[in-house]
Structures are given as C-alpha cells and as structure tokens.
Design a protein around this ligand. Structure first.
Ligand SMILES: [Zn+2]
Ligand SMILES: [Zn+2]
Length: 136
C-alpha cells in the first residue's frame, strides 16, 4: 500500500494559522474538492492539482502535473485522519495521499488566496524599494 510511505508536509510559513476543514465535498462533475474551513473560507481544489501535490516520497509534493494522467486524479475515498490531516485514496493504482490541513490550506486556488499571494509578493517588492530610498 502507498499508505506506508505517505508523509505529512510541513509548511512552516503557515504553521501559526491552524485552520480546520468543517466540510469537504467532492464535486464530481467538475473534478474538484470544495472545502469549507472553520474561518468560513471556501476553497476550491481541482483534483488534478491535489494529486500533483501528493507529498509521499514517491510523488514528492511538487505540483508536477506532467507526471500524471487524468485518471490518476479520480478519487475513491476521502477521510479525516483524525490527526490534523486529510487522507485521499486515489482510484488509480491504490495510491494514498495525506495532506496536513495547513498544507492543504496553502494549496487553495480560489481567487482570494491567489490575490493574497500576489499582494504578499508586491509587499515584498515595496520593502525592497524602501530600503533603496532609506539612504537619501
Ligand atoms: Zn504520492
Ligand atoms: Zn482560498
């Protein structure tokens, strides 16, 4: 079983924020998971996206889409592992992925999270240019 080599991803940047999913729905016709978080955030996760970020030692958790086929992201079962992670059993090849909630939250591709990432990037750029002007 792939279960044996599944490891939890530790995303240090987001560790201070402990979010928990309160509702996980698989929207089969659109091939994505919809997760409602305890802070009310609604996240959409394309299954192919989740599959490509599997953190087991075989997959590496790097979001490399090219290594997977469409049928690799068909879901058999989704569970709460009970220790802060979501477990996804994939249909193809009995593969199992474990996503810690913090890692899962960081994978959200809704427009709000994407905007937040863009904003974080632009704030970094502002700080760099402020340093440049500080010496005047
Ligand atoms: Zn894997
Ligand atoms: Zn989001």
């Amino acid at each position: 079983m792939g279960e044996d080599n599944a490891v939890l991803a530790v995303d240090t940047e987001r560790q201070e924020e402990n979010f928990y999913p309160v509702e996980v729905t698989q929207l089969k016709e659109f091939e994505f998971l919809r997760i409602v978080w305890d802070d009310g955030h609604l996240g959409d996760y394309p299954l192919a996206h989740l599959r490509s970020y599997c953190t087991c030692s075989t997959c590496g958790g790097r979001g490399d889409y090219s290594r997977f086929e469409r049928k690799d992201s068909y879901v058999q079962n989704i569970y709460d592992t009970g220790n802060g992670a979501l477990r996804v059993d994939w249909d193809n090849g009995n593969h199992t992925s474990i996503y810690s909630f913090t890692f899962l939250r960081s994978l959200c591709r809704c427009w709000m999270c994407e905007a937040e990432r863009m904003l974080a990037d632009s704030i970094e750029r502002v700080e760099v240019s402020n340093q440049k002007f500080a010496g005047r």
